[in-house]
Structure formats: C-alpha cells, structure tokens
Design a protein around this ligand. Structure first.
Ligand SMILES: Cc1ncc(COP(=O)(O)O)c(C=O)c1O
Length: 403
C-alpha cells in the first residue's frame, strides 16, 4: 500500500467514522445530533501532527460560537455527507460523473440547462456578473448596507457604485432605485438587489421587484441575489426566476452555502436568459469540485433536513429577538438566518468583547454602525451569545454611567 492509499483511507475513514456515529441514530437525525457528530472530527485520524501554532489557531477557531457569517451551524445533512463521501472516489479524475448536478438544479427550478451557470459559490457568480457587465466607468446601482462584496469587486475592476440609503424602517426604496437607474442609464452596468437583504434580513416584496423591472430601461441588467430566499416566510415575497425565463435581463444568484450548510464546499449558480448565460460563461471558471456537485444534489433532495434547519432557525431567531427585547434592545424583524439588534452605541468595541468571550458576531456595516448582526447558531451557541450579551452590555452600561 503506498502513502496515498493510507492517507486516503484515513481521510475517508474519518468521514465514515462520523457517518458511523450517525448510523446509530434514526434515518434522519435531529440537526442537533448531527452537529455534535461533525464537531467530533477535530483532527485528521492518523494524520501528521500539526504545527503547534497552527493547532492552537485551529483550536481557537473551533472553540468559537460562529455567529458572524450566516452559516448553517449544523453543516451538510447526513445524506449530503454520504453523497460527498461517495464522491471521494473521483478525487483524482477529470470528467467524472457528477450526478448530473446541472440538469438536476435546472429541473428543480423549472428551467433549461441553457439558463443555468454553475459557480464556485454564488460569490463567483456575483464576480462573473461584474466582469461581464461592468466595463470601465460603469456603475452598480444598489443600497447600502447590502452584500458589500459586489461593490468592492466593482471598485476593484475600475467600475463605480451608486449607493442609496435604506429607509428608516430599513427597507430598500424601490422608487429611489428606479430614479437612480434612469438618471445614470447610459452608465449603469447592472442594478444589484439583495433579496432578502444582507445584513438587515429585510425583503423587497414581489410588487416592488415588479415595479423596479417595469420602470427601468429593459436593457439594464438586474442582479437579484437570493442567497437567503429559503428562509423567507413573508407571503408578499416571491422568488424572481420567472423574470429570467420571460427573457427580462434578470440574473438570479443562488447558493448552497446557507440552507444546505456547504459554505466551504463552494457551490452556487445563476439562472438567467440563455444569451446572458452565454455572455457570462466566458468569465466563469466552472471549477466546482466533485464533492460539492454530489453534495448539492443530495442536499436539494433532503427536504427533511431542510425543514429541520428552517424550524430551528425560526425558533431561535424569534426567541433571541424576544430575549433581547426583554433586555431593552430592539431588533429588525428578519426573514433570514440572521438579524440585526440595535445596541444604540458603536458595535466595534462590543464585538471585541464578544470575541474575548469566544463568540464571533458580525462586522461593521456602515452606515448602521450601532447595529450588531447576529447569525443563528445552535441552541448552545445562542445560549452563549445571550450570556455574553448580558455580561457585556451590563458592563458597558455601568462604565458609561461611570464615565
Ligand atoms: C447576500 C449574499 N450573497 C452571496 C454570498 C456568497 O455566498 P457563497 O459564495 O458562499 O455562495 C453571501 C455570503 O454570505 C451573501 O450573504
């Protein structure tokens, strides 16, 4: 047996050991148990010892309550893990069977393959849209705060952003978006709509999206980022794929990083009119790995696991918002797996205090510098967040009274 055999066996063995733990549970595990099993894999079994400095960084990371990046705290479902473990056997191949991931995504969304572009996360899709539609001096029209990567990518490729403020109730003002688009018409590369919006968790309604599309020139592309659409329950919300199918210049960006718990696997996709997909394909790498492809198909099919995540998310989001209200802190009602709480003081030092208590919470989102974004974690993580919150905010109130 050569070294590769050994290390491959150990690696797959590690995943299989986790699956073994899962096998003792009923067919579909409660998400909580699944999470515990996954967190049990802390070191590569039999692998080389890690440098001490690296090990301590890994331990520090693992010890954190991760409430800063809107991830799914339970990770991939059991079935998704099984599919990814199966796909290890293609690790050394090109042109391997990929469980027809593109056709299956297309079928699941009622579109043809020609409407679909796969990306290494929806982050790649957002960049591909930028590269395709933002020449020099072109502009993105969008609100601030929103998913800032789109704007920083635009700046990085010598394009520009026209950033509009949110309303006092944190909604995106559709009339302002229409006006800014029409005013800048010749220079607009695309309009960016994050729906629901990150970091606020607030949606634009179906009627608002329709109004936007009906009142800007037809040849202006609109990128609608639906990374969190699975979590939305507001009946006035609607997914926007239908516009892409009608031939409107609409690109929908989707990800497997959130509901499906596959952020580190890197897989997402765009749905758009076929000619736009053709234009964008020239800028995409298509580098989506075998595990991500197989895992994505399994994740889409595992509706029981999806429901467990959505139930958990709703319960802990509402519970935490209520607990914070009990302490006198208001949050913005959210349709996502995160929410913002108004601390009525700059969040930067508070965030540091959370970090010292091994809780990672969201970064600064100018101009909402008094709002802290909190992702929904496990029950245990939300408990740690509330304990830290009470501890820190009590101290900060006392020191501001002293000062
Ligand atoms: C609104 C939004 N879009 C896109 C992404 C990128 O996700 P990914 O590249 O993991 O698919 C994120 C990640 O947090 C996000 O919040």
């Amino acid at each position: 047996m050569n070294r590769n055999d050994v290390s491959r066996r150990n690696f797959v063995g590690g995943a299989a050991a986790a699956l073994g733990t899962l096998a003792i549970a009923p067919e579909v595990l409660a998400a909580r148990e699944l999470h515990a099993a996954q967190r049990g894999i802390r070191r590569i079994p039999g692998g080389p010892p890690m440098l001490r400095a690296l090990q301590s960084r890994v331990d520090e990371y693992d010890a954190l309550a991760h409430l800063s990046s809107n991830e799914n705290p339970f990770g991939p479902s059991q079935k998704t893990l099984e599919a990814m473990t199966y796909a290890f056997k293609y690790s050394m191949r090109y042109g391997y069977p990929d469980n027809d991931v593109q056709q299956r995504i297309a079928d699941a969304h009622g579109v043809d393959r020609e409407h679909l572009l796969l990306g290494a996360g929806s982050g790649e899709i957002l960049e591909v849209v930028g590269l395709t539609y933002l020449g020099h001096g072109k502009k993105v029209i969008g609100v601030e705060p929103s998913y800032g990567s789109v704007y920083s990518h635009a700046t990085g490729i010598d394009a520009d952003n026209v950033l509009l403020p949110l309303e006092p109730d944190h909604r995106q003002n559709v009339q302002r978006m229409v006006d800014a688009t029409n005013r800048n018409y010749r220079d607009v590369g695309f309009v960016y709509v994050c729906n629901p919006n990150n970091p606020t968790g607030v949606t634009m309604t179906a009627a608002e999206i329709e109004y936007l599309l009906d009142n800007i020139p037809e040849d202006v592309p609109v990128l609608i980022d639906e990374a969190y659409h699975h979590f939305v329950e507001d009946p006035e919300y609607e997914e926007s794929i239908k516009y892409a199918l009608e031939g409107r210049k609409v690109i929908i960006a989707r990800t497997f990083s959130k509901l499906y718990g596959m952020a580190a696997m890197r897989i997402g996709f765009a749905i758009a009119p076929a000619d736009m997909i053709q234009e964008m394909r020239a800028y995409s790498t298509g580098s989506v790995n075998a595990l991500a492809r197989w895992g994505a198909v399994a994740g889409m099919q595992d509706t029981q696991a999806q429901k467990a995540i959505l139930d958990h998310n709703r319960k802990w989001r509402e519970q935490t918002i209520a607990d914070l209200a009990g302490l006198g802190y208001e949050s913005i009602p959210s349709q996502t797996n995160f929410f913002m709480v108004n601390l009525r003081q700059p969040v930067a030092p508070i965030r540091q205090a959370f970090r010292e208590r091994k809780v990672a919470v969201g970064r600064d989102f100018p101009p909402m510098l008094d709002h802290l974004r909190v992702s929904i974690g496990t029950e245990e993580e939300m408990g740690r967040f509330m304990n830290a919150f009470e501890d820190i905010l009590k101290t900060s109130v006392m020191s501001s009274q002293r000062g």
